[in-house]
Design a protein around this ligand. Structure first.
Ligand code: FNR
Length: 184
């Protein structure tokens, strides 16, 4: 089975981000059929349609090329005001253009939402899912991943909750099967 390259997009820019820790756990638990790498979004300028010229910002081009090279996308999102962060929305907007040539086009994906709160970023998770049909991205329907109470699940960078680790394993194994079914 070919190794599939997965671009992991982390919606938090915070140094000690729990969302990034969860993404890192997914990377560590991924089966051999997946190679996951975080694609950084912090240096993307705010999307401005006026930049859609023959020479868009270099950061846009580099990001679009990186996403285009991936076989699939794993979105890891914090919840900001019951939605995704502005940084994540910006990365989705940047990768969605030029119209008809979206780097995300057709790529299978999955969504993980993360919060110290009890609801596990349910609102962010579903706002993100709402965007995906417009990008023609087949999104893994289940298992759903709402990682709540995340502050208690890590000791520094270390995942210390066995039940959560088991769930992450189930999730990333299911994602590997989803990618195999839908990747071009
Ligand atoms: C939050 N937080 C938050 N949490 C939540 O469960 N639902 C929410 O709607 C919000 N809204 C929100 C808005 C803004 C602007 C901030 C800064 C924070 C709290 C948030 O879950 C918490 O700060 C997380 O630690 C952010 O994720 P990272 O940075 O740890 O990955």
């Amino acid at each position: 089975m070919a190794t599939r390259n997965i671009a992991v997009i982390v919606g938090s820019l915070r140094k000690e981000s729990f969302t990034r820790k969860v993404a890192q756990s997914m990377i560590e638990l991924a089966p051999a059929s997946l190679h996951l790498e975080i694609v950084e979004i912090r240096d993307l300028p705010l999307y401005n349609q006026d930049d859609e010229t023959a020479h868009p910002p270099a950061a846009f081009t580099a990001f679009r090329e990186r996403i285009a090279q991936a076989d699939a996308i794993l979105f890891c999102t914090p919840e900001y005001n019951r939605s995704v962060s502005g940084a994540l929305k910006n990365a989705i907007d940047v990768g969605s253009r030029p119209y008809g040539k979206a780097a995300y086009q057709g790529k299978p994906c999955a969504v993980v939402s993360v919060s110290p709160g009890a609801l596990g970023g349910f609102g962010a998770n579903h706002h993100l899912r709402q965007m995906l049909p417009f990008l023609d991205m087949p999104c893994m329907p289940a298992p759903e991943a709402y990682v709540g109470g995340v502050a208690d699940k890590y000791d520094g960078p270390r995942l210390i909750d066995d039940g959560t680790r088991d769930f992450f394993q189930t999730f990333i194994d299911a994602f590997a099967a989803w990618v195999e079914r839908h990747a071009k």
